[in-house]
Design a protein around this ligand. Structure first.
Ligand code: NAD
Ligand code: UDP
Ligand code: UDP
Length: 322
């Protein structure tokens, strides 16, 4: 018999969280979305609100939370550079105090808890592609540090709760992920380029565009979360989740422009401080332990994301004209 689980998703109203809530509900679980709407919005989960197995709780996880659940996915944290640098002290608090509270909650409930960590723990990597054993090259005092060091400390807390309290933990190091329901204004590269091209504005490439990233489509990432949460007891990670296909930012700009068929210019702007030069996951561990690898090619994922933003921008325009 399939027993319905009660699952908490912190940051459930964000980009990844909303897809995760949807997946977990479809699989027949009860889902508690805990979010303070710092970067997320009720709109991302609006279509789930009628489901009797779904609840949204407005709460900031830097404060204690007393609920009952069987599993916790800890995704709450602003994720784009402009959002996490907007209130850097709060970003560190979400990573550190937020993780302590969610770990305290998991400890009281003896619940399994997964942390959404990040490829940013590798900083500007000296090893390429990055395996989990690489310890990273992170600036502790730069504008990205609140996020990079915050997430590193969160990993430390997860491992200490595991060693000290025998907590069941899982840690995912997530590489750049894109797809429908990304925020149009959070400055991330895929959403920026698509919205710019759809609006007929120039595409803004920072630096000369030779820096690289590896982009994973959201459905593949959610499948990775689920496989990690259900992996064998002895496996806790950290495990890289991402698509190893590596592209320069200029290639992304050109591909988006071509797929949209827009005759917009590509303009070059200043490269932000500490912008990592390259990033590509080594996913051997995920393949071996989780039998997971991404299946959606970049162009297909971009087409789906473009279709989403096309609808989104059209409805926004219609609403503004009313
Ligand atoms: P997002 O900004 O869309 O979602 C984050 C959610 O957390 C938002 O709904 C926000 O309101 C909520 N939140 C922020 N602070 C909170 C707090 N104090 N209490 C409760 N809720 C809070 O970002 P996302 O892209 O969905 O990222 C989700 C998680 O995955 C984050 O932890 C992020 O660090 C991690 N991650 C994402 C990516 C990516 O490419 N999307 C890459 C690496 C890691
Ligand atoms: N906590 C929570 N919900 C719970 C249990 C704990 O939010 O159901 C918080 C609590 O505020 C505490 C933190 O988690 O500060 C860490 O809990 P832990 O039991 O590890 O530490 P302690 O309470 O002993 O400081
Ligand atoms: N970027 C860009 N133009 C934009 C937004 C971002 O050239 O309009 C670059 C950015 O400098 C970085 C890459 O794209 O090199 C990915 O940026 P994003 O903020 O999406 O993710 P992160 O830097 O956190 O990997």
């Amino acid at each position: 018999m399939h027993l319905k689980k009660r699952i908490i998703v912190t940051g459930g109203a964000g980009f990844l969280g909303s897809h995760l809530c949807e997946f977990l509900l479809c699989a027949g679980n009860e889902v508690l979305c805990v979010d303070n709407f710092f970067t997320g919005s009720k709109m991302t989960v609006e279509h789930l609100l009628d489901n009797p197995n779904f609840d949204v709780i407005r709460h900031d996880i830097t404060f204690p939370l007393y609920l009952e659940a069987d599993e916790i996915y800890n995704l709450a944290c602003p994720a784009s550079p402009i959002h996490y640098q907007n209130d850097p002290v709060q970003t560190t608090k979400v990573c550190v105090h937020g993780s302590i509270n969610m770990l305290g909650l998991a400890k009281r409930l003896r619940a399994k808890i997964m942390q959404a960590s990040t490829s940013e723990v590798y900083g500007d990597p000296a090893i390429h592609p990055q395996p989990e054993s690489y310890r990273g090259d992170v600036n502790p005092i730069g504008p990205r540090s609140c996020y990079d060091e915050g997430k590193r400390c969160a990993e430390t807390l997860f491992f200490d709760y595991h060693r000290q309290h025998n907590l069941q933990i899982k840690v995912a190091r997530i590489f750049n992920t894109y797809g429908p329901r990304m925020h149009p204004n959070d400055g991330r590269v895929v959403s920026n380029f698509i919205c710019q091209a759809l609006r007929g504005d120039p595409i803004t490439v920072y630096g000369d565009g030779s820096q690289t990233r590896s982009f994973c489509y959201v459905d593949d990432m959610i499948a990775g979360f689920i496989k990690l949460m259900h992996s064998r007891d002895g496996f806790i990670g950290p495990v890289n989740l991402g698509n190893p296909g590596e592209y320069s930012i200029l290639q992304i700009a050109e591909t988006v422009r071509e797929l949209i068929g827009a005759s917009v210019e590509i303009v070059f702007k200043e490269l932000p401080q500490d912008d990592p030069r390259r990033r590509q996951p080594d996913i051997s561990l995920a393949k071996q332990e989780l039998d997971w690898e991404p299946t959606v090619p970049l162009r297909e994922g971009l087409e789906k994301t473009i279709a989403y933003f096309d609808d989104f921008l059209t409805s926004l325009k219609q609403a503004n004209e009313k």
